[in-house]
Design a protein around this ligand. Structure first.
Ligand code: PMP
Length: 383
């Protein structure tokens, strides 16, 4: 519990709130925050250090506020990764996709505005909404965590949100959204109006693709829809597949109107020269940085298949279909016991989302072996 003195004029709606964040514990096997477990190779580390060294003598000056070189590098990245060439003015970066998302809420949410999401989903979304005085409205997903598309489309018309936020693959469930579903949501947005806004104003569809590089190869990304649709924004990050979480770099692809809206609310010089230099160096090594993704996909398939063979109190576990670098599984009548018993064995996973479900992020082969060993032991204890 945070002990904020009651004589401080903390905003009324923040009284009793806790800072967001998964536990950062010093344990041998950390599988709780969906990072890439493989460190950058020594050549990449040298280049990052060299690039940062090169700009160090300029650190008395503010950085390039528009981070043009980095936006150009993201354009090259998406041309390669998603077969879509976007202009510099269709791209924008920030300190993690968390900051991107906050800027989206600052620009398009606000008092009297609503944002619509599909639960269970990423637990930071209600926090962006709270922090920008936007009302957060959710529509439940189906039992297998796929989107209930009819209900989602109907809700866009009924709720009249300014932001529709969908995650693909979804966190914590790993569920992908098909292009057909994305297009249906986009068309619903293009036909809907926004509560409290002028006629002719339509919601934006934000597709959070934080984990998209882990999808089945060949499946298109929502960035392919940008050229034909002014109201879509696709949020991405270097924190997951790209193995660069510590540098804090996220980005968004959208049409110029959306990017220019974010430029209104961003802090001046929000992206430090050090961050820009490090990100440029890492992007020059895209192939090395992404070289572990195929193996992590394989680890996911193996882990999902192994989990599906395990039994809890006599019943087989349910494993959600995942296109991400984590697997969501259940259903435990006491998930807290499983979570704590794993932790006692040095394995930290995540107890998040609907009661009874747990999420494990893909680690190295050694870490996954330790997870399986500890989990088998815990399942025997639970019998
Ligand atoms: N979106 C989703 C769905 C996530 O799971 C996360 C991180 N857990 C983020 C966005 C934010 O990531 P970052 O700020 O590191 O880019």
């Amino acid at each position: 519990m945070s002990a904020i003195p009651s004589n401080l004029p903390l905003r009324n709606d923040l009284i009793g709130e806790e800072p967001y964040g998964a536990p950062q514990l010093d344990v041998p096997v950390c599988l709780n925050v969906n990072e890439n477990p493989y460190a950058p190779n020594p050549d990449v580390c040298d280049d990052i250090a060299r690039r940062v060294r090169d700009i160090a003598p300029t650190l008395n000056r503010y950085p390039d506020r528009e981070h043009i070189a980095l936006r150009r590098a993201f354009s090259d990245y998406l041309a390669k990764e998603s077969d879509t060439r976007l202009a510099v003015d269709q791209l924008w970066a920030a300190n993690g996709s968390n900051e991107i998302m906050l800027q989206i809420f600052q620009a398009f949410g606000g008092p009297g505005r609503k944002a619509l999401g599909f639960a269970p989903t990423y637990s930071m979304y209600p926090e962006y909404a709270r922090d920008t005085f936007t009302q957060w409205v959710t529509v439940p997903r189906n039992d297998d965590f796929t989107l209930n598309i009819e209900r989602a489309v109907a809700a866009i018309g009924e709720v009249r949100p300014s932001i529709v936020l969908v995650t693909s693959p979804n966190n914590p469930t790993g569920t992908p959204l098909s292009m057909d579903e994305t297009t249906q949501l986009l068309e619903a947005c293009e036909q809907a109006s926004v509560d409290g806004a002028a006629d002719g104003v339509h919601p934006i569809l934000v597709v959070d693709e934080a984990y998209v590089e882990f999808r089945t190869p060949g499946v298109p990304s929502a960035v392919t829809l940008i050229d034909k649709h002014p109201n879509i924004a696709v949020s991405r990050t270097m924190s997951k597949a790209f193995a660069f979480a510590g540098a804090r770099v996220g980005y968004v692809a959208a049409n110029k109107g959306i990017i220019d809206s974010l430029r209104i609310v961003r802090m001046p010089y929000h992206l430090s020269a050090v961050t820009q230099a490090a990100a440029l160096a890492a992007l020059e090594h895209t192939d090395e940085q992404l070289s572990t993704v195929a193996h992590l996909r394989q680890t996911r398939e193996q882990t999902a298949a192994w989990l599906a063979q395990q039994t809890y109190k006599g019943a087989a576990l349910t494993v959600a279909h995942s296109e991400s670098n984590f697997v969501y599984f259940g259903v435990f009548d006491d998930r807290d016991f499983i979570f704590r018993s794993l932790l006692e064995r040095g394995v930290l996973i995540r107890d998040v989302g609907p009661d009874g479900w747990l999420r494990v992020c893909m680690g190295t082969d050694d870490e996954m072996a330790r997870f399986r060993e500890a989990f088998s032991e815990v399942l025997r204890l639970a019998e």
